[in-house]
Design a protein around this ligand. Structure first.
Ligand SMILES: N[C@@H](CCC(=O)N[C@@H](CS)C(=O)NCC(=O)O)C(=O)O
Length: 209
């Protein structure tokens, strides 16, 4: 399989399937297309019909959009348990991933993923509301389904991968969260594939203004 991604410093949607596949031990070849350069769009369109990354090529099959890629991989590799096994936990994991996919517009528009940067943000009521909702999701998942472990659900799942770019944003923009949320962030940041992604992002030469 080939996973087409954007810059590791900037492409939050690319990080999600990349991290899930790495943590689950799913082998793939990475195709990295630097975004927003001249020729970037044409190059992405060679791989992905919506002109966006990520996209997953599996033989003749192309799957695009992060949620669809997540579902495809969970079905193809059921033994990796990328979704929680308990049906109720799985339904909530899907809910929080869907909420990430369609929501948090203030956080996403004012705090772009920019791993190598450190730029404390001026808090606004709308941004604080997104942050509060994310902390509430993390607390709720860990309380109800975390089973005393380090992740949102019993084991690492798509839910952790979907919130991983939020973790790096909270670091980049100096967004303060309560202690348990901070400990959860440290868990995600300590994942070896996450460390690998962060180091690669910091080493990239491309700057998007
Ligand atoms: N809904 C899509 C969003 C993908 C997306 O917006 N990707 C951005 C990078 S993070 C992109 O491809 N930008 C390049 C462009 O629009 O030219 C998904 O979940 O995969």
């Amino acid at each position: 399989m080939q996973l087409v991604i954007g810059n590791k410093n900037y492409s939050s949607w690319s990080l999600r399937p990349w991290l899930g596949m790495k943590v689950a031990g799913i082998a793939f070849e990475e195709i990295l297309i630097p975004l927003y350069q001249s020729g970037s769009k044409a190059e992405i369109l060679r791989h992905s019909p919506n002109g966006k990354v990520p996209a997953l090529q599996d033989g003749d099959l192309l799957v695009w959009d992060t949620l669809a890629i997540a579902e495809y991989l969970a079905e193809k590799f059921p033994d990796r348990h990328l979704w929680p096994q308990d049906p109720a936990a799985r339904a909530i994991a899907r809910s929080v991933c869907a909420e990430m996919h369609s929501g948090f517009t203030t956080l996403r528009s004012t705090c772009n993923m920019d791993i190598r940067a450190s730029k404390p943000v001026t808090m606004t009521p709308d941004l604080q509301s997104d942050v509060d909702r994310i902390v509430a999701i993390w607390t709720d998942c860990r309380t109800r389904f975390g089973n005393g472990g380090a992740f949102l659900f019993d084991k690492f799942s798509w839910a952790d991968a979907f919130y991983a770019p939020v973790v790096t944003r909270f670091v980049t923009y100096g967004i303060a969260v309560p202690g348990d949320a901070r400990r959860y962030m440290d868990t995600v940041l300590a994942l070896p594939p996450m460390q690998e992604w962060i180091a690669a992002g910091k080493a990239e030469p491309w700057e998007i203004g």
